[in-house]
Design a protein around this ligand. Sequence first.
Ligand SMILES: C[S@@+](CC[C@H](N)C(=O)[O-])C[C@H]1O[C@@H](n2cnc3c(N)ncnc32)[C@H](O)[C@@H]1O
Length: 191
Amino acid sequence: MKSTLFRNAVELSHLVVSQAVAPCDTVIDATCGNGYDTLFLARLVSPGKVFAFDITARAIDNTLTLLTRHGFAENLSLHQSSFISLADYVNQPVKAIMFNLGYLPGGDRDTATTAEETELAVSRALNLLVVGGVMTIVYYTGHDGGEQEADRIINLVSGLSQQEFEVVGMKFMNQVNNPPGLVIINRIKEA
Ligand SMILES: C[S@@+](CC[C@H](N)C(=O)[O-])C[C@H]1O[C@@H](n2cnc3c(N)ncnc32)[C@H](O)[C@@H]1O
């Protein structure tokens, strides 16, 4: 079978972020989980900084281990804290913010992001994006609360000013079993 071009929502989010980000930029992984998105970001921005957040202790351990193994510990500012508090830790404008929602792969579904917190975190995090910066949100609808979370995100981003932001939604339209969706936001003007 021919290999696919777009693969999945996470790979698409990487494609988008790689277009916007350059070495020395500051970026945020709002949900670092096992550290794969954090590592992707560190490779792009090194010697710049990746701020990474997760509420789950195992996610913090796994991310630190992965980034250390690949030689990017110096580029990492890692916090066991909810993404609703990003701005308490990041006091400079950022070029990219990645939200990869849901629960820790291989972990308890109790670790899943929630509609209320995600909506609040996304709206707060948009204030940190520089002009030309991007936010990506990968969302999952197959678990309890996932549909409600997706609805809240889509409702929020659909109402953003088109003078300030470009907002794009992507979904693999012909896939079965609730494929993840992707929202991309590009800041095009200062607030
Ligand atoms: C799909 S995983 C992220 C995958 C990760 N980016 C990777 O590359 O491995 C979602 C993560 O969101 C975390 N999470 C849940 N609620 C959170 C919150 N309020 N703030 C930050 N992270 C949260 C979970 O603990 C879980 O690790």
